[in-house]
Design a protein around this ligand. Structure first.
Ligand code: C2O
Ligand code: CU
Ligand code: CU
Length: 489
């Protein structure tokens, strides 16, 4: 994978099914399965009226206990990682006021949101820190505000597991790594009618790898460090911010909304003791019908909404979620401990939601994701990543799809590049000329492409005219210019 020889020797296996370089922690790793799974707090609106729910989130530094016995400084939404979970209802507008009390400019993007361009988190639409007058004449023109701004989300889309995260130009990798990521769930009547597991049995799982310094600080390479152009892989697997946590469960069905919020790591999730994942939803909403998987391969930014049935297990039994692509520590994710027998009224319906298959489109476009030479910001050149041979330029438009048309986009890669399209979801039509795999089902907004793959997707943009992004969701690749702009007309 072009990894530097020294790094390979250091880490044993640098790639683990991912394009990236392993970063090793400088302190002993914690024992797995010793801490309980944290559940991110659910945000309460500060106000509701007939049409709108209003929220306020403060972005700030905080020192939190991620590893037992030591404090780690994060940048968190409300000072926590993951950030608080926002819950919206289809048909009700959500307005989130974000205040930036950090020391860096930020940008908020609602990943998977069907959002007008103005509120989508364009990488140069910065929110400057409230208390830092020194910042800053940025060389990228954008709609810059100071201190705070309101992000307005119409929320006309169906129930889905979205997430929000930082999207600042050139700094998405480090700012997400420091903690700027949270869930944003959308609920609707279709889903409510299904009697899926709910309440304490509906749990979001944000999986993210990190490495730590000797004193417990998050370790991230200096920008422009050529060894990490491939992406940053940590050696500690966090779920909801805790290392290899354990969740006590009833012997009952659970719904897990699994998100891979890692910068560069892919996972192949498995369960032992014969447990399986029954997938009910993908990135952008419910599937037409459930699909059972013994393993779920999840690339960065993808979501798998699954049901795991613990009813066959006895109290005291443990079921481990592993990562078949990892080794040693990164080969494990978390553990479930069955605590008690319990009543369960949930069902796994045989039909879930109507998923309209997108027909063949009229317009075809190709997007090739590959290594390239890109500007280093200092007048020179550096190694980076390009789309169709070009580094990202916020003033250039690469495609102009018309609202309402179905287009066929052919995505191709040299290495692993999970491709994400803003504004509207898509459907996978083919992989390497063959039918899509069983993990490609439903409405997607991010698709996992492995080295030298070609995937065709059908996409139909609707409602909002403006400039939106298409990019690789390996965050180091994104920061090293692997983005492209389309403008809907
Ligand atoms: Cu999750 Cu453009 O990002
Ligand atoms: Cu997005
Ligand atoms: Cu990439």
């Amino acid at each position: 994978m072009g990894a530097a020889a020294g790094a390979v020797a250091l880490s044993g296996c640098a790639s683990e099914g991912s394009t990236g370089e392993a970063l090793r922690s400088d302190r002993p790793l914690p024992e797995p399965f010793r801490v309980p799974l944290p559940i991110p707090p659910v945000k309460r609106p500060v106000r509701r009226d007939a049409t709108t729910d209003w929220y306020e989130i403060v972005q700030r530094q905080a020192d939190v206990e991620m590893l037992p016995g030591v404090r780690t400084r994060i940048l968190g939404y409300d000072g926590v990682f993951p950030g608080p979970t926002v819950e919206s209802r289809t048909g009700r507008r959500t307005v989130v006021r974000h205040s930036n009390q950090t020391d860096v400019p930020t940008v908020v993007h609602l990943h998977g949101g069907h959002t007008p361009a103005e509120h989508d988190g364009w990488p140069t639409d910065l929110v400057l820190p409230q208390n830092n007058a020194a910042h800053h004449h940025d060389h990228h023109p954008g709609h810059v505000t100071r201190g705070r701004r309101d992000y307005v989300y119409p929320i006309t889309q169906p129930a889905a597991t979205l997430w929000y995260h930082d999207h600042r130009m050139d700094f998405t990798g480090p700012q997400v790594y420091r903690g700027l990521a949270g869930f944003h769930l959308i609920r609707d009547d279709v889903e409510d009618a299904l009697s899926l597991p709910g309440g304490d049995r509906e749990i979001p799982l944000m999986i993210a790898d990190r490495a730590f310094d000797a004193d417990g600080a998050l370790k991230y390479p200096a920008m422009a460090h050529d060894d990490f152009v491939e992406g940053v892989l940590g050696d500690v697997v966090l779920v909801n911010g805790a290392p290899w946590p354990e969740l006590e469960v009833d012997a009952a069905r659970y719904r897990f909304r699994i998100l891979n919020a890692s910068n560069a790591r892919r996972y192949q999730l498995t369960l032992d003791q014969g447990a399986t994942f029954v997938q009910i939803g993908s990135d952008a909403g419910l599937l037409a019908a459930p699909i059972e998987h013994t393993a779920v391969t999840i690339a960065q930014a993808e979501r798998f909404d699954v049901i795991v049935d613990f009813s066959a297990y006895r109290p005291g039994q443990v079921i481990t979620m592993r990562n078949a692509l990892g080794s040693a520590g990164t080969g494990q994710v978390m553990r479930f401990r069955v605590a008690r027998k319990a009543r369960d009224d949930s069902v796994i319906p045989t039909q879930l939601a109507d998923v309209e298959p997108l027909r063949r489109g009229t317009v075809e476009r190709q997007f090739a994701f590959s290594r390239g030479t890109v500007p280093d910001g200092l007048g020179g050149q550096r190694k980076g990543w390009v789309v169709n041979g070009k580094p990202f330029d916020p003033s250039r438009v690469d495609a102009t799809p018309r609202l309402g048309d179905v287009e066929i986009w052919t995505l191709s890669t040299d290495l692993h590049h999970p491709v994400h399209i803003h504004l509207s979801p898509f459907q996978v039509l083919s992989r390497n000329g063959r039918p899509p795999g069983d993990l490609d089902a439903g409405w997607k907004d991010t698709v996992d492409l492995r080295p030298a793959e070609t995937v065709e997707v059908a996409v139909r943009f609707t409602d909002y005219r403006g400039r939106f992004l298409l990019h690789c969701h390996n965050l180091e690749h994104e920061d090293m210019t692997m983005m492209s702009t389309f403008e809907t007309t």
